[in-house]
Design a protein around this ligand. Structure first.
Ligand code: RTP
Ligand code: MG
Length: 143
């Protein structure tokens, strides 16, 4: 397996419920390293651009409104098989269908407010990381 990087966003519900540390602990405990991280409050244009792939879907307006409803914590996670590993830790999109012990089962309320975003492919991860971080803001972890 190869070392990969993936983009993780702790969404406004997770930040609002003061569960940043508990969720990041799941990622670190699984062996993923945080190699970049920033708290920000997304603008409407940033959220629309980030989720542009969904712009024709009926939930797009609600998704963007939710994503700009409060600050988010955007991180780059690095590790073996990071894209799929992070998705496994997150659990299914709908928390009612998410496996026990996953972040969405334990911290999310609904399919609309589901605590965390994770890149769904290596190619999308590269694009999503570049959307939010300059190369100089992502750090090698050598110790
Ligand atoms: P994410 O992109 O946020 O990591 O979530 P995901 O891959 O698990 O799900 P995706 O299909 O990419 O959908 C993005 C976000 O849109 C909302 N959604 N609502 N009401 C619905 O049927 C529906 N489907 C998706 C969710 O908040 C989802 O995280
Ligand atoms: Mg997605």
């Amino acid at each position: 397996m190869a070392v990969e990087r993936t983009l993780s966003i702790l969404k406004p519900d997770a930040v609002g419920k003061n569960t940043i540390g508990k969720i990041l602990d799941r990622f670190e405990s699984a062996g993923l390293k945080i190699v970049a991280s920033r708290m920000t409050h997304l603008t409407q244009a940033e959220a629309e651009g980030f989720y542009a792939v969904h712009k024709e879907r009926p939930f797009f307006g609600e998704l963007v409104r939710f994503m700009i409803s409060g600050p988010v914590l955007i991180s780059v996670l690095e590790g073996e098989n990071a894209v799929a590993l992070h998705r496994d830790i997150m659990g299914a999109t709908d928390p009612k269908k998410a496996a026990p012990g996953t972040v969405r089962a334990d911290f999310a309320q609904s399919i609309d407010e589901n605590a965390v975003h994770g890149s769904d492919s290596l190619e999308n991860a590269k694009n999503e990381i570049a959307y939010f971080f300059r190369a100089t803001e992502v750090f090698a972890r050598t110790r």
